[in-house]
Design a protein. Structure first.
Length: 113
């Protein structure tokens, strides 16, 4: 598993457009077999700052994700919306383990606890 946090600072007048483009990308990304989770969050005290939390099943899956049409569309669409270049930090997961991510992915929206 590979967990990537992508930090994005968006121009204030581009926030809503960025959110729309990123939601579309996230909705398509979670359908990829190599992605266990793809979260998109907005900072509470600065609405121009966002974090993408991308959980990949293998070290090779980020490269495959970047080859998809929806990622390339997102990348090109949001390029001029950035107030500064985006940055990322890579992590190794500790909990849940790989089977825990599978449970999270399959139980979303089912009401299971």
């Amino acid at each position: 598993m590979l967990v990537v946090h992508v930090f994005v600072h968006v121009k204030p007048d581009m926030i809503e457009k960025f959110k729309a483009a990123t939601i579309e990308n996230a909705q398509n990304s979670v359908k990829e077999p190599g992605i266990a989770r793809f979260d998109f969050v907005q900072q509470k005290d600065d609405s121009s700052r966002f974090v993408l939390v991308e959980v990949y099943r293998t070290e090779n899956d980020p490269a495959q994700h970047k080859e998809t049409a929806h990622y390339q569309k997102w990348r090109d669409t949001v390029a001029d919306m950035m107030a500064e270049p985006r940055t990322s930090i890579k992590y190794s997961n500790i909990f849940p383990d790989e089977t825990g991510w599978d449970y999270i992915s399959t139980s979303l929206g089912t009401g299971e606890e």
